[in-house]
Design a protein around this ligand. Structure first.
Ligand code: ADP
Length: 305
């Protein structure tokens, strides 16, 4: 069976990072060290993960009519991501994240959503045929909630599986959750959703039960180095993380979600897809950066996935 297409609807940002001795307090100016720019945004990271892991992906996103938007578009094309629905907003600049990292690796981040905040349901109307031809719709929460809701409802009405990565956490209505096939919070997001602390797999079981009670069919809670917990149709399954030497866990969740979508699009079961996602995410935590750390499919062949 050939794999079904994956649509990612989400954010594109340019991360602008400066290293400093310390993070400035209000009113303080600090002379920083090296400056670098990294393409980011959860939507973009997940679309890149899908492409590198062998999925066919269309990315629906909005950038500004500016240099960062053009750079992002070029980068997506190089990754083999269809940019037909990468829209350029006339009024708002591309989303940026201003990141300061101190000598201890602590960071402070300010995100200016820019054009991402203007990705509205009307922008999806031109892409409805594209969505209708897909097998999976993958979304996060760095775009307006009305857009997430609109896309989820449309996709679910056609039997397309909606994967929602609720990051960063926002209010999730029962109307939205009923359209979600799989929700993929990390432990912090699971905590916010369920209202109980989530530190162990036992806690994750309790949280997953509460989240499923909100009307989502399947819950997958990612637990960092503890792996992931699945609650599928009332049955639990634990998938351990692959033991690795973690150097930078940035974007581990994005790799996990992209990989999950790819495996499901190939007809794997949810448990098999979560195993594949844990393998891919484990590789990413052994490398620095966000998109730079996302593995290619051939790196997972060793494990026969
Ligand atoms: P997020 O990046 O969204 O905070 P997690 O920290 O839960 O999400 O990580 C997502 C997935 O990445 C985990 O389910 C796990 O498979 C993998 N992962 C994260 N940290 C590690 C680690 N230290 N060792 C191995 N795998 C990891």
């Amino acid at each position: 069976m050939s794999a079904k297409k994956i649509i990612v609807v989400g954010s594109t940002n340019m991360d602008m990072v400066v290293k400093t001795s310390h993070i400035p307090v209000p009113g303080e100016t600090v002379l920083g060290g090296s400056f670098f720019m990294n393409p980011g945004g959860k939507g973009a990271n997940q679309a890149v993960a899908v492409a590198r892991l062998g999925g066919e992906v269309s990315f629906i996103s909005k950038v500004g009519n500016d240099i960062f938007g053009k750079q992002s578009s070029q980068l997506f094309e190089e990754e083999g991501i269809s940019t037909r629905y990468l829209l350029a907003d006339a009024g708002e600049p591309s989303g940026v994240a201003l990141i300061t990292v101190d000598a201890h690796g602590e960071n402070s981040i300010v995100v200016a959503s820019g054009a991402n905040a203007n990705l509205l349901p009307k922008d999806l109307e031109a892409a409805l045929n594209e969505i209708a031809g897909a097998g999976i719709l993958l979304m996060q929460l760095e775009i307006p909630m009305e857009t997430v809701h609109f896309a989820a409802k449309y996709a679910a009405s056609l039997g397309i599986k909606v994967i929602l990565n609720p990051a960063p956490m926002n209010t999730l209505t029962p109307e939205l959750l009923q359209h979600v096939h799989i929700i993929t919070p990390n432990s912090k997001e699971a905590e916010m959703l369920s209202g109980i602390p989530v530190n162990s797999i036992a806690d994750a079981r309790k949280a997953a039960t509460l989240i499923a009670g909100m009307g989502v069919k399947n819950v997958v809670i990612t637990m960092g180095a503890q792996g992931a917990l699945i609650l599928e149709d009332g049955r639990f399954e634990e998938v351990p993380a692959r033991p690795v030497e973690a150097v930078d866990t940035t974007a581990a969740g994005d790799v996990f979600n992209g990989a999950l979508a790819v495996a499901l699009s190939e007809g794997k079961t949810l448990a098999e897809a979560v195993q594949f996602a844990c393998q891919a995410a484990a590789i990413s935590v052994t490398r620095l950066g966000a998109q730079s750390s996302i593995p290619h499919r051939n790196e997972l062949i060793v494990s026969n996935l």
